[in-house]
Design a protein around this ligand. Structure first.
Ligand code: MTE
Ligand code: MO
Length: 320
């Protein structure tokens, strides 16, 4: 991300109407009602063409990226974006070295029947971690192949019982300038915020990440808990999460608030839709050296088969 001068700190709710999701949800609810499932089905079972939180069949073998050479641990943990610890790519590694992540609780509330808090220890012991190699691409045209450790976000969300009004999920990073020195400067409207549509959040490829390369997540990569949405640009992958909220309306998100012409709510990796200031058609692979050439960017970051159906009928130039 480049630092931009924010125009205003006001709440700017996107005027993007989410008709596609709304219609799809209504169809599913109607289908469920026709089957007499109605109230018996939890809300999260009704949210996507994949059938909600159920795992995709054969996911382990189809996840794009496992045949690629992973980026070195050293590069993954030293070239970062994490403005809470400074705006340079090397700053987070230096400044998050001693970041204290215990105790740590995540509050989950909003449109759900069982709001509450969950501690990081319960998250680590209560949800089996599944190591997989996922591709990661930043909007600034750099990419990495990262073996993230985590578990599907849908499992965590289900515990708090989202209700039928929950159409989006909003996330917030910790706000604590004493522990996050970058927050003493107003480069962003803290805390960092992100959001997903409910069906995106419930997709089995959307991960709560707690580690990388089989090790606990280092501070600079978003300890102790971050999001990874492998078919979206890096800024959707919010770090050091303390708050999750189910909402009816599309939530504010840090970068689309700040620069709505450049960063949309969806942020799906798409080689055909350029950022206004640079092309997204090719990417530099971190760790390969400056002279190794660029790689073509793949639609949905290589996960087209798994996620394209979520956006069927949407104009991805308009909903970028
Ligand atoms: N809280 C918070 N989360 C954040 C950011 C940030 O500045 N603060 N930067 C985002 C951006 S722009 C990118 S590209 C990725 C970088 O993740 P990485 O450092 O693990 O590669 O984190 C995202 N999550
Ligand atoms: Mo980014």
């Amino acid at each position: 991300m480049l630092i931009k001068t924010p125009r205003s700190w006001e709440l700017k709710e996107s005027d993007v109407t989410d008709e596609q999701a709304f219609r799809q949800r209504r169809r599913l609810l109607q289908a469920a009602a026709a089957l007499g499932l109605g109230a018996a089905l939890p809300a999260h079972a009704l949210v996507g063409p994949q059938g909600g939180g159920r795992p995709l069949p054969g996911l382990r073998d189809t996840a794009y990226g496992k045949d690629l050479k992973p980026t070195d641990y050293e590069d993954i943990t030293s070239y970062n974006n994490f403005y809470e610890f400074g705006t340079g790519k090397g700053a987070p590694a230096r400044n998050a070295k001693d970041f204290q992540t215990r105790p740590w609780t995540v509050r989950v509330d909003g449109e759900c029947d069982a709001p509450g808090e969950i501690g990081i220890e319960d998250i680590l012991t209560g949800f089996p971690q599944e190591e997989r190699i996922y591709r990661f691409r930043c909007v600034e045209a750099w990419g990495m192949i990262v073996p993230w450790d985590g578990f599907p976000l849908s499992r965590l969300l289900a515990r708090f019982k989202p209700n039928s009004r929950a159409r989006f999920v909003a996330f917030e990073t910790l706000y604590d300038p004493e522990r996050m020195p970058g927050q003493t400067r107003r480069v962003l409207d803290w805390p960092y915020r992100e959001g997903l549509r409910m069906d995106e959040a419930m997709h089995p490829l959307t991960l709560m990440v707690t580690g990388v390369y089989g090790k606990e997540l280092p501070g600079q990569n978003g300890a102790p808990l971050r999001l990874i949405v492998p078919w979206k640009y890096g800024f959707k992958s919010i770090k050091s999460i303390v708050r999750i909220r189910f909402t009816e309306k599309m939530p504010r998100t840090t970068w689309s608030d700040m620069q709505p012409s450049e960063y949309g709510f969806y942020a799906n990796v798409n080689p055909k839709v350029d950022h206004p200031r640079w092309s997204q058609a090719r990417e530099r692979r971190i760790g390969e050296g400056l002279f190794s050439g660029k790689h073509p960017t793949l639609m949905f970051n290589g996960y087209e088969d798994e996620v394209a159906s979520l956006y069927k009928g949407m104009d991805l130039r308009r909903f970028f």
